[in-house]
Every structure is written in structure tokens, then in C-alpha cells.
Design a protein around this ligand. Structure first.
Ligand SMILES: Cc1ncc(COP(=O)(O)O)c(C=O)c1O
Length: 494
């Protein structure tokens, strides 16, 4: 439809969403690219986070647009109301939760993928070959054998869900796809440390097993799964008539970055006939980091692994990946070919359907951003950046250890540092109060974005450095600001 004619168009006219003036569209696109590059190049000059003001909230209360708005104006609205108030994870001092920092090539790839427009459900297309190649490369990074299968998902939660679905189906003792979980001969049990990510609870709820099927196991002083406690939980469950099915080991816990002893958990699973899953959303890619790959020794023996290229490969959101050693079991858990989705010997449907390995039928071309950035930088660069983040975490830990007013709250083995401001003689509630106020002031000032957590009942500030833009001086700034705010708040001068 021609914008200028929309109001008086004859209903029998044929419409299109293409611009009627390609050169005007080209000019806006060029401007958007120029401004995007400036935005990225000058990221350090902006606050790490900024609260969207009331006017911006009000802007998003506008009703459904009935008529047309020129693209130039829509772009301006985005510039004014969206661009200034992002999550901030591309900023060098963003260390919240656990997110990658994005990369320019990945962003360009997202644009190119959208222009290409392919649906990656399958089809005999080059984008599908890119998707399969990226899965093979990720498989190689974690050391899985040729023949293992995998699928790109929108993130780690979905990747874990895919893997746990296969585990459930393999260990069920009945054809769960046919008869459902109510026909299970015995209730299934999954085991994970008390540090496991909450997405596993959600996964077991979605899988119809209920979250009581997730047996949390105590951890040792290093926040790693306690193997003796794991063994006795399995024995007790068998005695209760339950069916131990799988152990979910964590390579990089979300609280402290701890890595379970994957070799020992794998050996235990083999002895006990249990599925060995590794949630490697944070740490599976340690395997490409020369100085730290030993931390995940044993991951290559897992039955399944979930990992997140949108974390330590810095792919712009979103992309996760599930890898499964037994490709037949993986395919058998999801494959479904109604008549309208049959494969053919020739033509567009003559390639393996990618939707046969997960729950999505329509899939985005998210593989391209991983593919282009890996080709541009090479896997060695990404490995070195992981080592760099861990060295930065150790630098931060040293600064904290050298400062009597600060307390390190957990061992630092990877890139997560938990600490807090001390309050001599005060109880836990007072510590939480002081440190929460410090946290919120740091966020609100835009200086940096750490988050917080609770470790064995003790509140801690948490810094997760999965960021290729962070420099040690950024971490020094944080320490100085925490100390400044701590002194200010204790003096009652706030
Ligand atoms: C250990 C772990 N597992 C799973 C997830 C969930 O991943 P996603 O946010 O990509 O769904 C996360 C997220 O940070 C995580 O840290």
C-alpha cells in the first residue's frame, strides 16, 4: 500500500508492506546503521542503567495504531522512548544475573537474518545448513562425539527443557509420548544440587512430573553438589519405590559460578544407570578457555548438555542450545510428521526437519549471529575472553580481600564474585539493609549494574562478569563506590 494513498484506497486494490519509495527506506536504514555504530562505540559514556521515566511509561499506553505513521517518525519514537532505556548488558559495567554483552557482528547478522526471512523449521536451504553447522560447532566445543544431535533454542531454559524431556522419555519405562505421565510405573526422580537454576523446577512442572520430582541435594563449602548426599538420596528414593531417573549437574551455578565435579557425577550416573545431564548455560563454554577448561572435565561424557551462546559467546539475545548424545532418543522425543510436513526426495522439503529436535515448529534464523561472529573472531578469541573475565573476577576478589570493610562471601572459581560491606557487630537483617541500599544506589546512579543473592541465609552483592568490554578499572570503580556508599550510609549522612 502506498502510504500517501492509504486513506482513500479502493478496497479492491492489492497491498504490500514494501515501501513505495525504496530510496527513502534506504536513507533511514543507513542513518539507523550509522547511529547504531555511534551508539555502540560510545556505550561507555552512557549510564549502565537508567530508569524509564513516567513520560516513557505513558508513551507506551498509546492505543493500537489504526492508521499509518511514516517510518521516519516511528524510528524517532524508538530513538526517544526505547533506545535510552535498555537492559544495559552491552555496557562495560553491567554484571547483573548472567548475560553476554552482545557484539556488532551478531547484531548485523540479526538484521541480515531478518532480511533473509527464512523460517528455520527446516527445508532444503542454506540457512538450515548454517543452523546445522553451528550446532556441530557447539557440539565440538563441548567435546560431544560426532553423531550426537542438537538444537538451537531461544535460551538455556528451553534447552534444559528439551534435554530433560529426552531424559524423561528414555527413563520412563513406558512410551510417555503415547500414554502420558499418568501411566508411569513409578514416579521419576531428578537430582540436582541446591544451587540448581530455577528453570529446572519449571521444566519438571511443564513435563508433568511436578517439582517434587526434583530432589535438591546439599552442597559442599565450594557450593558443589555433595556426592555422598547424592548417593544416599538415590538409595532412599529407591527404597521408597521411586524411580531415580537423572542427575542434573551444574557447570557454573548462577549464585557463585561453582562447577560440580562432572567426572564424579558422570561416573555415579553410569554406575546407577541414571541420565547424566549438565546445565552448562554458564560454564559449558569453559571448555574453550585454555586456562580453565579443566574445570569442566567430564562434560564430554554427559548424556545431554544445555548451553547458552547468548552468554559467553556474546550472541545478541536470544540463542541457547541443547545437545543430546543419543540422537535417536532426541529425535524420537519430538519428531512428528503430519501429511503437510512430510519430507520429499527432492525439492524444498528434501532436508531433515530441524523442528524434529525441539518444541518449536517455526524457528528463527538465530544461528547466523553465532556463525558470523565465530567466523570473524575464531573460537580461540572467545576462549581467551572467558579466561579474561575469570582473571578480572580474581582481581576483584583480591581487592575485596585486601579491604577490611568488605567481605568475600564465596570462593571465586569462575567469573562470579559475591561479597558485601561489613557492618561490625550487626545482625543479618542490618547487613541486608545496608547492602541492599548500596546495591540500589549503585544501580540508580548508572555507575554499574551488579545484583544480589542470598548464600546460606547470608545476603551478598553479586558481580557476574560475562562481558568483553569490562576492564579491571571498571571493577575498581565499583569497589570504591561500595566503600564510599558504605561509609556514607553508616554515618547516617544519606
Ligand atoms: C545455570 C543456568 N541455567 C539456566 C539458565 C536459563 O537460561 P536462559 O536465561 O537463557 O533461559 C541460566 C540463566 O542465567 C543459568 O544461569
Amino acid at each position: 500500500m502506498r502510504t500517501s494513498e492509504r486513506g482513500r484506497m479502493d478496497p479492491s486494490d492489492e497491498h504490500t508492506l514494501d515501501p513505495d519509495d525504496w530510496s527513502a527506506a534506504r536513507a533511514i536504514a543507513h542513518r539507523a546503521v550509522d547511529e547504531a555504530i555511534d551508539h555502540l562505540a560510545r556505550v561507555r559514556e552512557r549510564p549502565a542503567w537508567r530508569e524509564p521515566p513516567a513520560a516513557v511509561h505513558a508513551f507506551f499506553d498509546a492505543p493500537l495504531p489504526q492508521g499509518a505513521t511514516p517510518l521516519a517518525q516511528v524510528y524517532r519514537e524508538w530513538q526517544d522512548n526505547v533506545r535510552p532505556y535498555p537492559m544495559g548488558n552491552i555496557h562495560p559495567r553491567f554484571w547483573a544475573w548472567f548475560m553476554g554483552a552482545g557484539n556488532f557482528t551478531g547484531a548485523l547478522a540479526d538484521f541480515l537474518a531478518a532480511i533473509d526471512g527464512s523460517n528455520l523449521g527446516g527445508g532444503h536451504t542454506a540457512p538450515a545448513l548454517v543452523d546445522r553447522q553451528v550446532v556441530r560447532w557447539l557440539r565440538e566445543m563441548v567435546g560431544f562425539p560426532e553423531g550426537a544431535s542438537g538444537t538451537l533454542t531461544n535460551g538455556g531454559s528451553a534447552a534444559n527443557l528439551v534435554a530433560l524431556t529426552v531424559a524423561r522419555n528414555v527413563k520412563a519405562g513406558v512410551d510417555v509420548r503415547a500414554v502420558g505421565v499418568t501411566a508411569l510405573p513409578k514416579p521419576l526422580r531428578f537430582y540436582a544440587s541446591d544451587q540448581v537454576h530455577s528453570c529446572h523446577q519449571k521444566a519438571l512442572e511443564v513435563l508433568g512430573l511436578g517439582h517434587e520430582a526434583l530432589q535438591l541435594v546439599a552442597t559442599d563449602a565450594g557450593h558443589r553438589i555433595d556426592l555422598a548426599a547424592l548417593a544416599s538420596a538415590v538409595v532412599q528414593d529407591r527404597a521408597r519405590g521411586l524411580q531415580p531417573a537423572a542427575v542434573i549437574a551444574t557447570a557454573g551455578t548462577v549464585n557463585t559460578g561453582a562447577v560440580d565435579d562432572l567426572r564424579a557425577v558422570g561416573a555415579f550416573c553410569r554406575r546407577e544407570g541414571l541420565w547424566f545431564h549438565v546445565d552448562g548455560c554458564i560454564g559449558a563454554l569453559l571448555r574453550i578457555a585454555p586456562a580453565h577448561r579443566h574445570l569442566v572435565a567430564g562434560i564430554e561424557a554427559a548424556d545431554s548438555v544445555a548451553l547458552d551462546p547468548h552468554k559467553w559467546l556474546h550472541a545478541p539475545f536470544d540463542v541457547g542450545c541443547a545437545l543430546v548424545r543419543d540422537a535417536r532418543a532426541h529425535h524420537g522425543s519430538f519428531a512428528l510428521h503430519p501429511e503437510y510436513l512430510e519430507e520429499h526426495a527432492r525439492g524444498i522439503a528434501s532436508a531433515p526437519h530441524l523442528f524434529d529436535y525441539g518444541i518449536e515448529l517455526s524457528r528463527s534464523f538465530r544461528a547466523l549471529k553465532v556463525w558470523m561472529a565465530l567466523k570473524e573472531h575464531g573460537v580461540e578469541t572467545f576462549g581467551r575472553l572467558i579466561d579474561q573475565n575469570i582473571a578480572q573476577a580474581q582481581h576483584l576478589a583480591r581487592r575485596i580481600a585486601a579491604e577490611p570493610r568488605l567481605e568475600l562471601m564465596a570462593p571465586v572459581v569462575t567469573n562470579i564474585v559475591c561479597f558485601r560491606h561489613r557492618l561490625p557487630g550487626a545482625d543479618e537483617a542490618a547487613h541486608r539493609g545496608l547492602n541492599t541500599e548500596i546495591l540500589l544506589r549503585v544501580q540508580e546512579s548508572g555507575l554499574a549494574v551488579p545484583t544480589d543473592t542470598t548464600l546460606a541465609g547470608r545476603h551478598a552483592l553479586r558481580v557476574a562478569i560475562a562481558n568483553h568490554r569490562t576492564r579491571r578499572a571498571d571493577l575498581d570503580l565499583l569497589v570504591d563506590e561500595v566503600l564510599r556508599l558504605g561509609a556514607l550510609l553508616q554515618n547516617g549522612a544519606a
